[in-house]
Design a protein around this ligand. Sequence first.
Ligand code: PHB
Length: 401
Amino acid sequence: MSQRMIAAIVALAVSAGGASAREVKVGVVLPYTGVGAEFAQQMDRGLELYLKLNADQVKPYTITLIKRDSKAPNGAEAKVVVQELLIQDKVDAIAGFGYSPDAIASAPTISAGKKLAVITNAGTSFITNLSPDFVRTSFTMWHSGYAMGVAAAKTLHAKTAVVAYTDYPPGKDSLDAFKNAFEANGGKVIDAIPAGGPGAVPDFTPFFQRAKDEKPDVLYVFVPAGDHAVAVVKTYAALGMRAAGIKLIGPGDIVQDIKLQGMGDAAVGLVTMLHYYADLDNPQNQRFLAAWKKEYGADSTPDFMAVGAYDGMAAIVHAVQATKGTMDGDDAVKSLLGWTFDSPQGPIMIDPETRDIVMNEYLSEVVKGPDGKLHEKVLSKTDHVKDECKAQAIGPCAPKK
Ligand code: PHB
């Protein structure tokens, strides 16, 4: 065999070997410790479960997750770990962001690194405008808030509302979204009450007492799920607000599936709007629930955060295949424009204009089932809901010129 032939064979072997051994590194940024630790567990499990169930789809590549803790929900640590992941670990993509401040603070670093960054929770609408490398598979506060504003006026026939919200970007977004839709449909928001921050669960009593004294038809509350949500429902019950004729409504964050059973009967009758509840009855969700329980225990349940991450990993796997494992940032983002997926929440799409998710929204009521457990009963479904803040180009949601 000639030297030239040997060299050609070696080159072929290296390139083939390279392709089959191509490892794609995904940096995962989640609040593994602190107030958001349960969120991180949900999202971590969602990412891992997708990979486990779809190992064949990843071939001939391998995906390695490099996990970093974003700690407190203020963006400071997230920004540092994003930089480390991009520069030291040389990751090919980033996934995660439990809290909006984490994604907001990291945006300039993400842009400089030019790698796909898939947002699996953080819900402030304008975040995707902060970097061309962001793609969001979770939700925006406008998806649920706007749809709930319409439903409060048209379905619940509410005329007046008080809004209480955790005082940071997604809380303000949820307020704006609800108010925009509720008032366009004949309602009036008579007060908007900032109710503490995301870092610690406040005593909601003074905020809700103020709302009770104002006698609205509905109290619309946004809190970042978790223990905040449990405290909201307990305070609503303790103040006797239902008996006073005030309906508690909100985005589904206030009845997060992993917290629902712990809320007890106080939660029965709560009406919320969200793109995912574990009780959704569709074949993809049945398969997802069965796989989740097999993997994480019969008593465990996924929630909307788990699904945002599961769908996020599906998006990353799509990008890996579409770029033949190179994960060039521009190409990876481009491959996801218009991408569709049959998610446990129903069909989803990445809007090619905004890089944000388009999905169904479900109006749902908490009921007590024959099994003695609390369940979400879907009252109605709206298909293909887009982020209305960007559709209306409101403030920082307007496209960057
Ligand atoms: C956010 O910080 O964007 C966030 C956190 C928890 C939620 C919703 C939004 O339930």
